[in-house]
Design a protein around this ligand. Sequence first.
Ligand code: ARG
Length: 467
Amino acid sequence: MSQATNQSWGGRFSEPTDAFVARFTASVNFDQRLARQDIQGSIAHATMLARVGVLTDEERDTIINGLTEIQGEIERGEFNWSIPLEDVHMNIEARLTDKIGITGKKLHTGRSRNDQVATDIRLFMRDEIDVIEVELIRLREGMIELADREADTIMPGFTHLQTAQPVTFGHHLLAWQEMLTRDHERLLDCRKRVNVMPLGAAALAGTTYPIDRHVTAELLGFDRPAENSLDAVSDRDFAIEFTSFASILLMHLSRMSEELVLWTSAQFDFIDLPDRFCTGSSIMPQKKNPDVPELVRGKTGRVYGHLMALLTLMKSQPLAYNKDNQEDKEPLFDAVDTVRDCLKAFADMVPAIEPKKDSMYDAARRGFSTATDLADYLVRKGVAFRDAHEIVGLSVAYGLKSKKDLSEMTLEELKQFSDIIEQDVFEVLTLEGSVAARNHIGGTAPDQVRAAASRAREALAVLKGDA
Ligand code: ARG
């Protein structure tokens, strides 16, 4: 095989590949990203072939040394990638043969690019999942710490984006944290199905050589060899599962971003983001824009797109391998990069969020956020809930007219609506009383938030395996 023309199938062909077709069908421009895993897989394959007697030990060593040198060439940027050689697999194999001669041609014994590429992507995904998990853990830890610190900080809670009831900022952050817990579980679940080895399936039906797939699987750290050779070369479910994990994660990060963007606005004024996460405007000198969360929100779209691309890529493929599958890589690579960057941005940014506590508190005081507490107070004094709802509704209408929050009214003013109301009502009308009263598992009371934060910390430690 020379660097200029791909002759790996040359025997059957009577004319060379059309120049445009060579470019159109080549994947080396993007799949060279799999080089490290390709070499890792080839080393394991050669090791196994020697173990079962298909290669001699000398041949194995020559191959491994050649591949290790090629790895160095690639890392140093000295490797000459060739489009006529189509993909990362044939580029590396051709270079190996250049270097070590005939022995290089023996590496592909009992193997096909179909099981090779499926193995490479799984090794790649496993590596990337592990890197992504580290960032996700860092984000979750930062979020739990901030929540614990802000367990007493009161802010308005919203439904329909209208002030509903007071909550604690810590409670809000732990709601985000719950979303990320599920994402973390999904990621680890996806990893289980990534970590299965296609190698040995060869083109589609297996191979006539006396291979030992358990040896290769163990050398590569796979949990087991794939059960069925046809499925092994054609299954891309793991890629769909990963982009599905990624889409749900980005959906969550996008929701968080949306809140951060709202909260930094002058209208909400709930938080400050340090300058290093923001940029200015070239025309409006007063502007400080929350670009990082905005961009995370924006990047969500492309990840959804990759999920749809992969689902559509697979939807009508007959067994087993089809060239269509070459299209799995770019969506997957971009999804991996986007997830990693967005998680890094969030893991750096979340611990640096500066809550503006007074402003949050004032916002919670406006908007009658303790109206439900007044209704519950009346119910405790024997009023039926529907009647209590009506009484409080009238009090709120009065408050809107007189521009007074419920806690700012005098006892006489409140008594116009029900003479059951006594001095002790003011204990429930305060924001502190309101949040402290929701004192059960899952509630917003500061003590509950602290307890939830410590449970979250323990659960995360268990998931990390260092409990
Ligand atoms: N570049 C191909 C891919 O990405 C490798 C497998 C090619 N196999 C084949 N029979 N043409 O899927």
